[in-house]
Design a protein around this ligand. Sequence first.
Ligand SMILES: Nc1nc2c(ncn2[C@H]2C[C@H](O)[C@@H](COP(=O)(O)O)O2)c(=O)[nH]1
Ligand SMILES: [Mn+2]
Length: 195
Amino acid sequence: MAKSNIGKLFEFMSLMGQLKRVKRTGWVLKHVNEPESVSDHMYRMATLSFLVDPSTGLNKEKCIKLSLVHDMAESIVGDLTPADRIDKSEKQIREEMAMKHISDLVSEDLGKELYSLWEEYEHQTTPEAVFVKDLDKFEMIFQAHEYEQLANKPGSLQEFFDSTKGKFKTPQVQEWVKELEETRAQYHEKDTEGT
Ligand SMILES: Nc1nc2c(ncn2[C@H]2C[C@H](O)[C@@H](COP(=O)(O)O)O2)c(=O)[nH]1
Ligand SMILES: [Mn+2]
């Protein structure tokens, strides 16, 4: 018997709940205390989207939607990291299948919207997608800085800064990165003075 609509909607709602339980693997691998979830990460990206500079002409609402959809497939696939050594095409196939499943759980129109938002981000086909990919990396290094402070281990998450160095494409986020690196350096200096 075909799944009832309410059964499919509840499966969608449960998968969105799963995002609250999928821990971000990058932090788990570094033994961070109480690592954030995928939904924590996407939530902050969505709030950072409100800060988009209006002079860029970027569609803020689109950036918020892209932030909230870009890792939605991880509710099924999990959070794969560069360390997992799964090639990009395999990761893309797994996430594509997951997004097709998720899109099928909701109305045709909403399913098309969710899937096309995911494709837009995945293939970087709009300036909003490029900006949100910058937010993806920036949110990660900002979180790394916060974890270093919380654990009082300055520099312990340097690899997240190294792996994203030079990869930011939008001037607004490039400026944020520069300010964050200066703030982090001051924090290091204070720490070494205190030792
Ligand atoms: N240990 C590391 N993990 C990293 C690095 N760069 C990304 N990551 C992690 C962070 C997430 O858990 C995952 C991918 O995140 P997405 O938001 O792109 O799905 O990979 C790194 O340099 N070191
Ligand atoms: Mn992400």
